[in-house]
Structures are given as structure tokens and as C-alpha cells.
Design a protein. Sequence first.
Length: 244
Amino acid sequence: MTQTRIGTITAINRFPVKSLGGEALQSSRIENYGLYGDRSHAFIDETKEGWDQYFTARTAPAMLHYRASLEAGAETTDHFAGLRITAPDGRSMQWDDALLQEIQPYSKQKLSLLAHTPESLDLLAVDAASILIITDSSLRKLEAMWGKPLDPLRFRANLLVTLDDNAPDEYEWLSKQLSVGSAQLQVDLFCDRCSLITIDPETLERDASLLRTVNERLKLNFGVYASVKQAGQVQVGDPVYLER
């Protein structure tokens, strides 16, 4: 098996609370479940079960204007320490009942708070696999298809890869492995997109034509999910290698 350099990590994004705004990182530990602390917390609709129990910005776009971050250097083994929520008006909030009461009016059903631990055997609250990846090439192609500029944060990816000239994009990575920093990833499946991408993360305006474009031109696929074969460290500027 040989390694071929295909690009560079140009952005790392972590979303400690599912469907809240997240944080841009210069480096992160990749654990077996994904980026340390990514989607470690979520709001739960107590009237539903399984994946439907997650209360998200698809229902309440205003959630995207609450930004969640984890304190650097506060890693622990029994809980995700240092979680901070910044409200749209700049208030600093905690993962507690006061935050729950602030989000509750967006739902007709009773909500509760879910917090995973670093030792969880689950994929925390991520959608399908540990790491979500998009590339600059695919982003530019979709902008051309849609006819409008796109904020990469619409797609809530963990890693943005800037591809080298003539490198294969993510649609050719399926079932292959990637080396990123000191971590090894297995590309498992395409990301099947939902209505969340229709919401502009800054203005909160909806534009359903983006999802129609992704459906008609890309069969709803944009980006790829990868599972973690070997935990490690990744940072902005790291080269990305595709194993063949």
C-alpha cells in the first residue's frame, strides 16, 4: 500500500453542542469517536426516541447563533470540562438549567440536556461516522452549480481540505484510508445532506434551492464521513495522504 499526498488541512471545526455554533481550532486530538469533544452535548426531545430525539437547528435555526467551545487544556477522562456557551447577545452561559430554559421556548415538547463522557463507546451525537470532511474543490463546484457563494460552515464539517493540483476529491476516497497528522481515518460513506444546509449560519435565512441543487446535481451527497482507525493529533497545515 502506498501513500499519495492529496492536500492540506486548512480548517478544523469542532461543535461541542449538536446544532449550536462551534469553534475554529488550530489543532485537535482525534479520538476513536472523532475530534475531542465534538457533538459531546445535545438537546433531547423527550417525546421521541433514537436519532429523532435530537432537537436541532432544523427546527430552531436560532440555535446556530449560540456558540459552544471547550476550554483549551481542560481535557479530562470522566467528563468534557470547560464547556462554555456564548449567547447571541454575548452572555456567557453554562451547560445547565438556565440554558435549557432559554432553548425550551423553541420547542413545543419538553427538552432535556444530554452530556456524553470522553469514555463513551458511542459516536457521541455525531450523525453517521466520526469525522466529517469537505474539500475546497467540491465547495467551489457546488458554488458554481448553485450560482451563489457558500459559507463552509453551512456544512458543519470537522475538516476542510484544500486539495493539491490534480488530486482526487472526496468522491474518490470511499473505502480508502487517509493519513492526517498522526491519525489514520477510514472513509466510510458520503454525507447525505438534510435541510440544515439551507440555513445561512450568519443571517439564519433559509434558501431551499441549495438543497434542491445538492439533490438534483449530487444525489444529496456532499462531503464524506470517516471513522477513526488510529487516534492522533491533527493541526491546520498538516498534509493529507491517501493510501492506495
